[in-house]
Each structure stands twice: as structure tokens, then as C-alpha cells.
Design a binder for this molecule. Structure first.
Ligand SMILES: [Zn+2]
Ligand SMILES: [Zn+2]
Length: 351
């Protein structure tokens, strides 16, 4: 099969031929139809993830058709259109048994702990617990964004954030996951404030349903501006970027008993962020984190997408071939694109 492969962290990502995978016990091989390129892939390529073994194939936001199955797989057949969450559960640990596969003790993450979906085929374990059948009206391209950014946003807003009709929500950072939060919250009928340093990102946030946008000044004024808009603070606030500044601002813009949800990764220096824990007592705010979403929670998400006519395609700003996808991945350190780039063409390109 053709795959985008790198042999050194920060080194070239090249499209080459590698052996086809075979289905692991209980698992399947997926023929990849679409895969989203995500900043987490860039972090992995840079060597920020200790689980990665070289050579490596990135890609964790996938949709495709079942191409091969292990003998013991039930409930799926060759040709089924499916997607998966970015964290695959083992099915038997305490977390999986309690329904929290997104924090499985033995979790497998294609594109991180194993080869991913920037390839024609990818092997996926424990099909019965991890594969999600796609509704016929959701395209592979739209579905490719579901397993990471959109499903994380859905869980952060709807489940962890408990956002309902009329709730007030602030989203700090309008990249792929932040914009997905805006889209989900607007579909649920919330009043959404989107904040970012980029005017194009804010324009897209408005298109996706934000009631207010704030162009960040990267200072404490931002919190005052947001609190002014929401008269007394937000019910829920999400740090969709992952930095000390945005996490602190997110907590400070909450009303009493509000919920802060950490979605952006707090890695490197941010993992030691100086955050206002006094607010837990004085205002009884609460703090939560999310690590993706379980396969079994996809159905309510599909129901919301269908009933509120959520336009997943509006998050996809570019479709590219595998060669261009590899180049795009390597550029993500310096380039802040708007929306989601999807690889949906796995053919050879002559050099
Ligand atoms: Zn991702
Ligand atoms: Zn498990």
C-alpha cells in the first residue's frame, strides 16, 4: 500500500510503498477514504509523543470502508462505511467496562501508538467496541473530522459542559476543535462567544453560529470584554487552545458555579500552568478535561447533526492528495490554517 512515512522526528515525510496490514484478532483493516490532518500529528512528528516508534505513519482522523476482518469479528461486513474515535479501547479494562473507553488503560491510538491512516489501509483492533457505522448522508470527508476534533467538541460541550438551550458558552481559540465547539453549542441553542486573535477564524465562527466574537488583545481586557457581553459571566467556558493564558482566562470569565472545560492540550510549559484554584472555593467553579469520546456516544451526536442540520462539511476547508497532506502536516508548526484539511486522494503523484 501507499503510505506517508517518516523515519526521523522532524525528518522528511515521504509517500512510499509499504506492506499491507492484516486484521488484528477481533479487528479489521480499513480502506481509508478520508483522513484529517491535525496539529496532534505535527506534535507527534516533532517527537513530542513518547509512544511513537519509528518508522511511523501518521493519521488519526479517519473514515473508510471495511476491507478485511479477523475471523472472530461480528456485526460488520466487508464494505461497511465506518469511522473510529481517535482513542480505541481494549474492551476489558475497568474503564472500558464502565463505558469510558476514551481513557482505556490499554488504549490504542492509530497514528500515535501504531501506524495511522495517512495510508491506503490501516489496521484497527477490537472492532465491536470501536467501529462506528456511518449514517449514509455523512460523507467520508465530513466523517474524517468526527473522530478527533468534532467528537471531542461534542463531548466537551454537550456531555462534560452540559450546555443546553439558552446556556452561555465562551470558546477560547477558534482552530478546528474550537470552531467545532461553536458549531455544536449553536446547534444546541446556546449563546456562544468565540474569541481568537485571527479575524478570519472569527468570521468563520460567526458563520457557524457564534452570537458574539471577540478579537483577542492577548491581555486581561479579554475577560472583562467577555464578562461585559454575558452580564455576570458564562455558564461554561472552554479552553480550546491549550495555554496558561487561555486556561486562566477561561476560568475567570465564568459566573459562580460555572464549568471550565479543558480541551486544548496542556503540554510542555502549559502542564505547569499557574491557574486560579481559589475560584473553586470562592465561586464554586468546577474544572473538567476531555480526552475524546467513546464510540457508543456517537449516535446522539449523529442525531444532533441530523435534527439540527449541522453542516459538518462547513468545517472542511480543503481536500488534498496524500503527497500534499504530508507537506501540509510538516508545515503546521508555522502555519495556522482555518478549518480542517482532509486527505481524500491516495493515488501516486509523479514527482
Ligand atoms: Zn486530531
Ligand atoms: Zn480498555
Amino acid at each position: 500500500m501507499r503510505a506517508a512515512v517518516y523515519e526521523a522526528f522532524g525528518g522528511p515525510i515521504e509517500v512510499v510503498n509499504v506492506p499491507d496490514p492484516s486484521p488484528p484478532p477481533g479487528g479489521v483493516v480499513l480502506e481509508v477514504e478520508a483522513n484529517g490532518v491535525c496539529r496532534s500529528d505535527w506534535h507527534a512528528w516533532m517527537g513530542h509523543d513518547s509512544t511513537i516508534q519509528l518508522p511511523h505513519v501518521p493519521g488519526h482522523e479517519m473514515a473508510g470502508t471495511v476491507a478485511a476482518l479477523a475471523e472472530d469479528v461480528e456485526g460488520f461486513v466487508i464494505g461497511d462505511r465506518v469511522t473510529v474515535p481517535f482513542v480505541l479501547g481494549c474492551g476489558h479494562c475497568e474503564e472500558c467496562v464502565s463505558g469510558n473507553q476514551q481513557i482505556c488503560d490499554n488504549q490504542y491510538q492509530p497514528g500515535f501508538s501504531g501506524w495511522g491512516a495517512m495510508a491506503q489501509y490501516v489496521a484497527l483492533p477490537y472492532a465491536s467496541g470501536n467501529l462506528v457505522r456511518l449514517p449514509p448522508d455523512i460523507s467520508f470527508e465530513a466523517a474524517a473530522g468526527l473522530g478527533c476534533r468534532f467528537s471531542t467538541a461534542y463531548r466537551a460541550v454537550s456531555d462534560t459542559g452540559a450546555v443546553k438551550e439558552g446556556s452561555t458558552l465562551v470558546v477560547w481559540g477558534c482552530g478546528g476543535v474550537g470552531l467545532s465547539c461553536v458549531l455544536v453549542a449553536a446547534a444546541l441553542g446556546a449563546v456562544v462567544v468565540a474569541i481568537d486573535i485571527d479575524e478570519d477564524a472569527l468570521e468563520l465562527a460567526t458563520t457557524l453560529g457564534a452570537s458574539f466574537t471577540v478579537l483577542s488583545t492577548l491581555g486581561s481586557d479579554d475577560v472583562a470584554t467577555v464578562r461585559g457581553l454575558l452580564k455576570g459571566g458564562a455558564d461554561v467556558s472552554i479552553d480550546a487552545l491549550g495555554s496558561e493564558e487561555t486556561a486562566v482566562a477561561s476560568m475567570r470569565c465564568l459566573r459562580k458555579r460555572g464549568r471550565h472545560v479543558q480541551v486544548g492540550l496542556m503540554i510542555g510549559e502549559a502542564s505547569h500552568a499557574d491557574i486560579p484554584l481559589d475560584l473553586l472555593h470562592s465561586s464554586e467553579i468546577s474544572m473538567h478535561g476531555v480526552h475524546g469520546m467513546q464510540a457508543w456516544q456517537y449516535q446522539p451526536m449523529f442525531d444532533l447533526i441530523a435534527s439540527r442540520r449541522v453542516s459538518l462539511g462547513s468545517l472542511v476547508t480543503e481536500t488534498v492528495d496524500l503527497h500534499r497532506g504530508a507537506e501540509y502536516l510538516a508545515s503546521m508548526g508555522s502555519f495556522s490554517g482555518t478549518g480542517i484539511t482532509i486527505v481524500n486522494d491516495f493515488s501516486w503523484r509523479e514527482a
